[in-house]
Design a protein around this ligand. Structure first.
Ligand code: NAG
Ligand code: NAG
Ligand code: NAG
Length: 351
């Protein structure tokens, strides 16, 4: 299965790389006001998309199945934070969300500002009143923990649904933390030369960024060193063996940020300043660009991606972008952060 999907993706890739990305394979669903550093997303089981941004404390909800022009609804605005980062579903329709302070225009205190929240969306639907879309009820929001020693919490993933534990990357701390949702206790579980910090202008020195658990391994990118890695883990998130590097970036603008998997275990990694989405096969042997290109605003400075979960969008990879806010396209073009839909030949769940 993995091989077949790789071959069809290669064909798709050579076709789409030869030309500028066609409007058929990459479609903008929504563009936020400029500048907006949209950072992460999570797809609800009903197909609606939750969106976070580092430049706004508002959590958004977008319905990709809506007919006609549609705009994101504000689900919640978090107190005492300038922005949001990783988001992960830790119980059916209940999400953990990272909030904290970064600023792209002024110098603010970043370290020590990182909180993790629970956002319970059970029963929260989009309804229409007087022709206006709105939420049927607000979500229940509770703080899980203030992770005081963290420098910049960024990526988030469920370690164990039965233990109610999360893993979080600290991109300016160069480590991975485990957080216990019930007690709020946290601890560094992975800290090595592959999670560590490396220079990454125009950003501050950066380390581990995207992190996701699949099977009994944790996978993570390192934004600064440009690697995509896999490490077997124990139930508590600590390494159970050596780290394997499955993919390397191709240069300074080719910054591995967040990623997701298809149902065959192939990783779809966004490349920041290189403006592409790349597929790294489960065994690390194949590494191909599947959408976007360096000199196009079609996928301008992507930050994260996730497959659709609705009946008609299992092959659609939803991508969020920073619009070139930190790394302008061609060195000088900045657009608003976006939510884009990329057609793939893979499936997110249930092959
Ligand atoms: C984040 O910055 C804002 C504005 O400077 C400040 O009011 C808030 O207390 C900060 N949050 C944290 C958690 O330090
Ligand atoms: C990570 O490991 C390094 C090297 O052993 C150590 O100096 C550093 O304090 C560790 N970081 C954390 C947050 O535990
Ligand atoms: C393509 O983008 C690169 C990186 O931003 C830039 O250096 C180069 O000048 C661009 N090429 C064109 C033709 O605009």
């Amino acid at each position: 299965m993995a091989l077949r999907s790789t071959i069809s993706l290669l064909a798709f890739c050579s076709a789409s790389l030869a030309a500028t990305p066609s409007h058929d394979s990459v479609r903008t669903l929504y563009e936020f006001p400029k500048p907006s550093y949209i950072e992460n997303l999570a797809v609800r089981s009903n197909g609606q998309i939750l969106i976070t941004g580092l430049s706004t404390p508002q959590l958004f909800l977008f319905d990709p199945s809506a007919t006609g022009p549609s705009k994101p609804l504000i689900v919640h605005e978090f107190d005492q934070s300038l922005g949001l980062a990783g988001i992960a579903e830790y119980q059916p329709d209940v999400f953990a969300v990272i909030s904290g302070n970064t600023s792209f225009t002024t110098t603010v205190q970043v370290a020590g500002t990182w909180n993790v929240w629970s956002v319970d969306l059970r029963g929260v639907e989009i309804s229409t009143k007087n022709g206006q879309a709105q939420l049927s009820s607000p979500p229940v929001v509770k703080k899980i923990a203030h992770v005081k020693p963290a420098q910049f919490l960024n990526g988030l993933t469920v370690l164990s649904e039965s233990d109610q534990t999360l893993l979080m990357s600290d991109v300016n701390g160069g480590v991975i933390w485990r957080l216990d949702i019930e007690t709020g206790n946290y601890e560094v579980v992975i800290n090595n030369t592959l999670t560590a910090l490396y220079p990454s202008p125009p950003f501050s020195a950066s380390g581990v960024d995207g992190v996701h658990v699949r099977g009994s391994s944790a996978y993570f990118t390192n934004f600064g060193s440009g690697t995509f890695n896999k490490v077997p883990i124990n139930r508590d998130g600590t390494p159970a063996g050596p780290v394997t590097t499955l993919g390397h970036s191709k240069g300074p603008l080719h910054q591995f940020d967040d990623f997701t998997f298809d149902c065959d275990g192939n990783a779809f990694v966004v490349t920041g300043g290189a403006n592409t989405i790349e597929m790294i096969s489960a065994d690390g042997k194949s590494h191909v660009a599947i959408a976007g290109n360096l000199n196009s605003t079609a996928i301008a400075e992507p930050t994260s991606c996730a497959f659709g979960r609705g009946p008609h969008d299992k092959s659609i990879l939803y991508v969020v972008t920073a619009g070139g806010m930190e790394t302008p396209v061609n060195g000088n073009i900045v657009i608003g952060g976006q939510l884009v839909a990329v057609k793939t030949t893979s499936k997110g769940s249930a092959c």
